[in-house]
Design a protein. Sequence first.
Length: 392
Amino acid sequence: MESERESVEQLGFPISELIPLDERNAHRAPHPCCPHGRTGFGLNERPRILSASKRTDIPAFYLPWLLRRIELGWVDVPNPLFTQPILQAIAPYDDQAVPGRVAGPPSRAALDRVLARSDLPSEVDRRLARLFTHVSLRPEHVVAIVWWSKNYAVYLRHADRFAQYERQFFHFTVNPRRGDLRWLEPDVPPLDEALRQFRALAERFDPEMVAWRYDPLVFWEEDGQPLSNWDPDFFEDMCQHLGTLGIRRCITSIADHYRKFQLRMRRHFPHRRLRQPHPEELAAITGAMVEIGQRYGMRLEACTESALASQPGFCAASCIDARLLDPRWEHRQGAPPPATDVQMAGREACGCHRHADIGDYAWQECGYACVYCYANPNHRYYRSVRREKGEA
């Protein structure tokens, strides 16, 4: 899949197109053209660490949208817990809405256009201002950007346009590319392309600001045999290659059996049954990871995974680490405030620090179709699989 073309088709404008100066100024001054700007509620332009994004792959599929928002200087982020109230509030003002159906705008850019309408009633503005978080994208208000992606090709072609942000951190997920594992992650870039991108990131930025994610470890049973996507040869090759680039962090976790993950498995891969790893099996895998990692200077970290973090040679990950990203914490005592993720079921062990994630589940479907995804993967891929099986 060609990430830039996919993004352009979804968003409706080329990545090179800049917003006209008069439109940019209209949105920036004196107040942003959005419910927050019209009501004055939530216009707290304090410095923040931004996450882009744990909810979708912005670098691969939504960089044009983000560049447009950067030109405007701000973005309104929908609260993922209140998608239905948002849909109900905007339905009468969505020009693309289907009569009698509350479906909402087809994309994040279309949602932004609804929020920018100056004819929204004041009571709707007040409601929407409480359902969205207003986030400034001006460099003086962005402490750092933490990127998450499986493909940085588009980003690397346009990295100069993000140079105004002094601190950027890159989470790069690369799992084994074996043919028998392709069903887990169809359409991700080939390994040689991923390694090229790792090198480009390490050369342009401090390698300390790049982390490899072998994430997640997935365990299943097939034909009565316990299987997984753990591949020691792949792991050693990656450690060796990344070690020469100065990249020293490998972050992993065990796949959570979210309901949507279980449903995808039952519908599309009924001959495979999800399972949890046996303690002895997990100990053998983590032991091998530690032994290989030490050989190449790779530090092993467990993301929101107490069972892994307690294994010898592992530590708990802080994937968004204010002590690394925020200079204000260099000489402070104590720990930075935790992320709100720790308040969510299953995320209690999250080691991230406070940040604002600017992505979205509902209006920014990920272009990849990873079967284990907890977010909103490419449903067109699964519809095509169903058609091939004659289920459509």
